[in-house]
Design a protein around this ligand. Structure first.
Ligand SMILES: *Cc1c(COP(=O)(O)O)cnc(C)c1O
Length: 357
């Protein structure tokens, strides 16, 4: 297999160990003589996987007992609709920090009044707004902790005067989180905890049943709590790989240990972006994401963008093209991205500098 340094934004790099376990389970799952995608989801072997997955989530994030962890379909995008459908009676507040936040706002407007408390849209979402007022009569306040496209991140758990909801699609399990500060945390698995196809929802159980609208069964969180995420057939293979990914994370020392490694990786790469005269960062330093590192060619070197892209590709870098709405480059350095991959990108930037300075 050729050496590729995978910086894709999602789907993205996963731990080799988790993939290997997946290959084995595709052939023979838990000594059943059947593949993990051939067994009944009601079998005791499969139930053991679901239980293990739930237990790993609770253990790794120290999730309090009054919360449930759900594994659903539909991606984070379906949560943009399920959150307001289940939690908004009249009014909700949203912080607009990127394209994903905008999409969440658009869906919420279907269900009631949405107050966008602040937005960084006018500056291409290059920072996290800090001065805003959250209306005290909002049913909840929604934030996107990591803005995958722009490379900004809310790195601490904020205090909110109303119940807090967070889209943590692209930074879940990258750092310790005080779950008790949120009523609901959700995300697509394909950025940091598994393959596409499964969506995680961490929900405080007492918040449900308070809206007056009728909620269809499949879109009602209560249905999935009551059914232990098996009201219908769960996405078995994505859940299996997610379980293996969390086992890998636990072995490594959990979110506390990975947070240290992630910070080191991000510091290394941002230091190179700041040092190398050919490149510059695109967002406010204090809001720089630990997961998605965005950068562009510096003034005077703009014409070298396509050449650097080719140069990086020839050295095995994959997925560093910036999102089409931002341009430039984006290196997604999620949990499973080893430090060596970040170093390989830094070496590549330094070699390119020598060719052009
Ligand atoms: C990728 C992403 C989404 C969309 O996830 P899907 O599972 O594709 O619906 C939503 N929010 C954030 C922050 C993301 O990074």
């Amino acid at each position: 297999m050729k050496t590729t340094y995978n910086f894709n934004a999602g789907p993205c790099i996963l731990p080799r160990e988790a993939l290997q376990a997946g290959i084995e389970a595709l052939q023979d799952f838990s000594q059943t003589g059947m593949s993990v995608i051939e067994v009944s989801h009601r079998s005791k072997e499969w139930e053991a996987v679901m239980n293990e997955c739930r237990a790993l989530w609770k253990e790794l994030l120290h999730i309090p007992d009054n919360y449930e962890v759900l594994f659903l379909g539909g991606g984070a995008s379906l949560q943009f609709c399920m959150v307001p459908m289940n939690l908004m009676e009249k009014k909700a507040a949203y912080l607009e920090t990127g394209v994903w936040a905008k999409k969440a706002i658009k869906e919420a407007k279907v269900f009631g009044e949405v107050i966008t408390v602040a937005s960084s849209a006018e500056s291409t979402f290059n920072h996290i707004p800090r001065k805003y007022i959250i209306p005290s009569d909002a049913d909840y306040f929604h934030i996107t902790t990591n803005n995958t496209i722009y490379g900004t991140e809310i790195k601490t758990d904020m205090d909110s005067p109303v119940p807090l909801v967070a889209d943590m699609s692209s930074d879940i399990m990258s750092r310790p989180v005080d779950v008790s500060k949120y009523i609901l945390i959700y995300g697509g698995a394909q950025k940091n905890v598994g393959p596409a196809g499964v969506t995680f929802v961490i929900i405080r159980k007492d918040i449900l049943g308070k809206v007056s609208r009728h909620i269809p069964s499949m879109l009602n969180y209560q249905t999935h709590i009551d059914g232990d995420s098996m009201f219908n057939t769960p996405p078995v293979f994505p859940v299996y790989i997610m379980t293996q990914t969390l086992k890998w994370l636990k072995k490594l020392g959990g979110v506390e240990a990975i947070n240290k490694i992630n910070t080191e990786k991000a510091d290394m790469l941002y230091a190179e972006i700041d040092r190398n005269p050919l490149f510059k960062g695109t967002v406010a330093k204090e809001d720089r994401s630990v997961m998605n590192v965005c950068f562009v060619m510096s003034a005077g070197y703009e014409s070298l963008e396509a050449e650097f892209m080719e140069f990086a590709k020839s050295r095995g870098m994959a997925g560093i093209k910036g999102h089409r709405s931002v341009g430039g480059f984006r290196a997604s350095i999620y949990n499973a991205c080893p430090k060596e991959n970040v170093q390989a990108l830094i070496n590549c930037m330094q070699e390119f500098e020598k060719l052009h300075k």
